[in-house]
Ligand binder design. Structure first.
Ligand code: ZN
Length: 250
């Protein structure tokens, strides 16, 4: 089974559509949260994702904030402004969809593949909505908080892989090159990067295809029409800084 793994769409429909086109055919969509926040198309992105076949989707911190589960004051002023705009813009159907999202999912067992199930969370297995996995120390500690061979995360907007070498009590950070197919070995925490707001100085939308039969991770980047998204953000009076960063990927 081919699984399209995406995260941090952040209401960027143009980036999402480019990823869906670039990914070709696949069997299931797994989305690791933050469908909304920052970008101009929250309802359109939710509408697009919710009708995807065999969808698994977890709740992100921006999704929780849009549902008013988190005090907007816990975000920086510009993120808060974007959250308040998103709250005003979300349709009742979008709110219902976000409200249905769990914080953590164990994927179904498929074809008796020993690599499955896989744990899906937005931030980390220890704190599914909030924790950022930014270094090997933190990531290493998080291997105690899930039992499956692999855990897929988002949240940092950085496409990375943390590989655990249990016998040596070591965790390695792997930053894959785009367009590479990696053979996975247990255990690992994998981040496909961000569709709608990459932060690794590469503005192209980021995603991965997980092949559950081959047990491979195919990490890809795809260019999209950033200016079109910036124009819609401008029209919605979203923060200037969020508009600028899309072109540079930070
Ligand atoms: Zn995010």
């Amino acid at each position: 089974m081919k699984i399209l793994v995406i995260s941090d769409i952040h209401a960027n429909l143009t980036a999402l559509e480019s990823v869906l086109e670039d990914a070709g055919s696949w069997d299931s969509l797994w989305c690791l949260g933050d469908l909304v926040g920052y970008g101009p198309d929250p309802n359109e992105c939710i509408e697009c994702v919710r009708q995807m076949p065999n969808l698994l989707c977890v709740l992100g911190n921006h999704d929780a904030a849009a549902l008013q589960h988190i005090d907007p004051d816990s975000f920086n002023p510009e993120a808060r402004q974007a959250i308040l705009w998103t709250q005003e813009t979300l349709s009742p159907e979008s709110i219902a969809f976000l409200s249905s999202l769990p914080q953590r999912i164990n994927s179904p067992q498929i074809d008796s593949n020993p690599a499955l199930p896989i744990t899906l969370v937005h931030g980390s297995p220890r704190q599914p909505v909030w924790e950022y996995l930014l270094d090997t120390h933190n990531a290493g500690n998080n291997f105690d908080y899930f039992e499956t061979p692999y855990c897929f995360v988002g949240h940092t907007h950085l496409p990375v892989i943390y590989v655990r070498l249990e016998t040596q009590n070591l965790t390695h950070l792997l930053v894959p090159e785009p367009e590479t197919i990696l053979q996975l070995t247990p255990r690992a925490i994998l981040n496909p990067g961000s569709v709608g707001q990459p932060r690794d100085r590469d503005p192209r939308a980021s995603y991965a295809l997980y092949d559950s039969e081959q047990n491979t991770w195919y990490y890809r980047r795809v260019a999209y029409d950033v200016e079109a998204v910036q124009a819609r953000m401008q029209a919605a009076s979203l923060p200037e800084r969020h508009i600028r960063r899309l072109a540079l990927g930070w």
